[in-house]
Ligand binder design. Structure first.
Ligand code: GDP
Ligand code: IMO
Ligand code: MG
Length: 427
């Protein structure tokens, strides 16, 4: 088994960074396939904590090739700051490859993201305001600028000359500051020079690695419920974090993708607006939020918290081809008298097992729960399934039963060492 896709199976922040870093110990290549610096992937090892935004989570291992694929939107300034931050902390020997086809985030994208949110008022998406939506919109609208342009001053100037008149009209219409070609060119062509050594056709690189039978980890960002196609639209991000998106976002054949590891918390969180059927409030929500340090890595917003939602997980499994699960932040649930898992929804008196397409329906569903006895023991030092309190064992097995998926990893703390592999599936 030489490729594994790490997919967020909820609304993001499931612990994808932690698991990618953990599995990267056995990998040759780590590829970030979509999203941009809206992601915040936390990695903790050797007493150090890192929060990666655009850089793949294999960056700490000098023997690993790290790829930023064509499906990403890359903010050149932020990416260079992130690299400088890593270098300042001693991460200086790394292998990084940036796709010449990835699109770049420019300052006007961020301005537009902020403005759209403001105009939407109480209908705002609650984006990370990193310009992700407007950059993907320009890509689809065929007025985006790519890494291959950025690193060639002639092409970059021409791309700006072609694009800025259109973008300036849009900015003007919204009452925002417009840009001159020189203003962006002078600053960003400097970033282009620094990024150029990393740039290549990453599809070719991956093809070579796949032919050598290298072990490749694809690191998704966000989560399936935030998918532009399958998520709780319009409260979603602007790319697809599913397993199916990987071949397109990386320029490889779909036949290479056959192992999709869904990362899920032992409960559910969501940051930003939008429906959240199993959401909790009050003391219970605070208890979980504080124990799980549920505050956004990127925006520091408090995350919304709820019980584990197996309707959402089953939906993610279906649309993303998840065949294994990694159960994260299991330690956070210790100390509760009772724990609940949502196994179905009720909509207008009928039991349903899938995510309805409209917000109207999704806002009306009533979660149906199985209630189980909780466990009081601290499980942060547990190193095997048998060391778990019996009720925690039952909880894990119940999640497997309700999601029809095998849990191959469970995690009892943020550190790399607090990871228990139940089945070695990335050999
Ligand atoms: P990602 O975006 O999916 O990579 O997840 P984030 O890094 O945004 O959020 C996950 C948070 O949970 C981070 O703060 C991690 O350090 C932390 N974390 C990951 N696994 C565990 C775990 O098993 N237990 C606890 N307590 N924290 C964890
Ligand atoms: P990682 O990879 C959690 C959410 C935002 C907002 C919606 C759209 O760390 O799991 P965007 O800025 O992408 O246009 O925002 O998506 N969102 C995330 N939530 N984790 C993320 O990434 C997210 N990336 C975007 O909060 O609701
Ligand atoms: Mg995150």
């Amino acid at each position: 088994m030489s490729t594994v896709v790490v997919v967020g199976s909820q609304w993001g922040d499931e612990g994808k960074g932690k698991i990618t870093d953990y599995l990267a110990q056995k990998a040759n290549v780590v590829v970030r396939s979509q999203g941009g610096n809206n992601a915040g992937h936390t990695i903790t090892f050797g007493g150090e904590k890192f929060a990666l935004r655009s850089i793949p989570s294999g960056i700490f291992n000098p023997n690993i090739k790290n790829v930023m694929a064509n499906g990403m939107v890359i903010n050149p300034k932020q990416m260079l700051e992130e690299l400088a931050g890593l270098e300042a902390r001693g991460i200086t020997k790394y292998q990084l490859f940036v796709s010449n086809r990835a699109h770049i985030v420019l300052p006007y994208h961020q301005d537009l993201d902020g403005a759209y949110e403001q105009f939407k008022g109480d209908k705002k998406i609650g984006t990370t305001k990193r310009g992700i939506g407007p950059t993907y919109a320009d890509k689809v609208n065929r007025i985006g600028i790519r890494i291959a342009d950025l690193v060639d001053p002639k092409l970059f100037k021409k791309a700006l000359e072609d694009t800025l008149p259109i973008k300036n009209k849009e900015l003007e219409m919204l009452g925002l500051k417009t840009y001159t070609v020189d203003e962006i060119f002078n600053e960003y062509s400097e970033y282009g020079k620094k990024i150029k050594p990393f740039v290549c056709d990453t599809s070719l690189l991956l093809e070579e690695e796949l032919e050598k039978n290298s072990k490749i980890l694809f690191e998704g960002a966000q989560g399936v419920m935030l998918c532009i196609d399958h998520g709780t639209y319009p409260y979603v991000t602007s790319s697809s974090p599913t397993g199916a998106s990987v071949p397109l976002n990386c320029g490889i054949a779909p036949s290479y993708i056959n192992n999709v590891l869904g990362i899920c918390k032992a409960y559910t969180t969501r940051v930003g607006e939008g429906p959240f059927p199993t959401e909790l409030d009050g003391n219970l929500a605070n208890y979980i939020r504080e124990r799980g340090h549920e505050y956004g890595t990127v925006t520091k917003r408090p995350r919304r918290v709820g019980w584990l939602d197996c309707v959402a997980l089953n939906y993610a499994r279906r649309v993303s081809g998840i065949n294994y699960l990694s159960l994260m932040l299991f330690d956070v649930l210790s100390g509760l008298d009772k724990v609940k898992i949502c196994y179905a929804y009720e909509l207008d008196g009928k039991k349903i097992n899938t995510i309805p397409a409209t917000l109207d329906e999704l806002e009306r569903v009533k979660p149906l729960y199985v209630e189980m006895d909780g466990w009081k023991e601290d499980i942060t030092h547990v190193t095997s399934f048998s060391e778990l309190p019996v009720n925690a064992q039952k909880y894990l097995r119940k999640v497997e039963e309700l999601t029809k998926s095998e849990i191959v990893i469970f995690s009892v703390g943020p550190d790399r060492l607090q990871t228990i592999e139940l089945k070695e599936f990335f050999k």
